[in-house]
Write a protein of this length. Structure first.
Length: 162
């Protein structure tokens, strides 16, 4: 039996972990509008940016044999960070951070997202016009994001078991 491009555990830990972290951050960010006063702490803002940058870079750069185990750990970290946003004081309260720390973390996240977008477009261009067997062979040892894109392309072509 051939190995699937993406395991169910990776989807639960990494993809849904990213969604959970973003939902928790939006919840805390929007709490001010509801009058609760639960704003994001400076360490949370910087931590979110660094954790997301690490997750996106690992998913886009590391090949399958190295990246799978690291992505499990990053997925657990994403879920832990998301769950720590639920209580009001889930993170340590720290003083204000210098402005360069915020802007540096946000700039790092922006550069990583631009790099991942460009890499995804390059992968998509390589798969264009190819068939199921070529895409399966090409994506087998690629990073997680390449395998996820290959799975999406194969499902678009009508292969539901990709």
């Amino acid at each position: 039996m051939e190995r699937a491009l993406i395991s169910r555990e990776h989807r639960w830990l990494l993809d849904f972990g990213l969604l959970a972290l973003m939902a928790a951050a939006v919840y805390r960010f929007s709490a001010i509008a509801w009058g609760h006063g639960n704003w994001l702490l400076p360490s949370q803002i910087i931590g979110i940016c660094l954790l997301l940058s690490a997750a996106f870079l690992a998913a886009s750069l590391l090949p399958r044999f190295i990246g799978d185990s690291l992505l499990y750990l990053l997925g657990i970290g994403l879920w832990a960070a998301a769950l720590s946003f639920i209580p009001r004081y889930g993170w340590w309260p720290t003083g204000s951070r210098p402005a360069w720390a915020y802007y540096g973390a946000l700039a790092l996240l922006a550069v990583v997202l631009l790099y991942c977008f460009a890499r995804r477009q390059r992968w998509y261009g390589r798969m264009r016009g190819k068939g199921w067997e070529w895409i399966q062979d090409w994506a087998h040892d690629k990073p997680y994001e390449a395998r996820k894109l290959a799975r999406r392309v194969l499902r678009t072509l009508g292969y539901p078991d990709a």
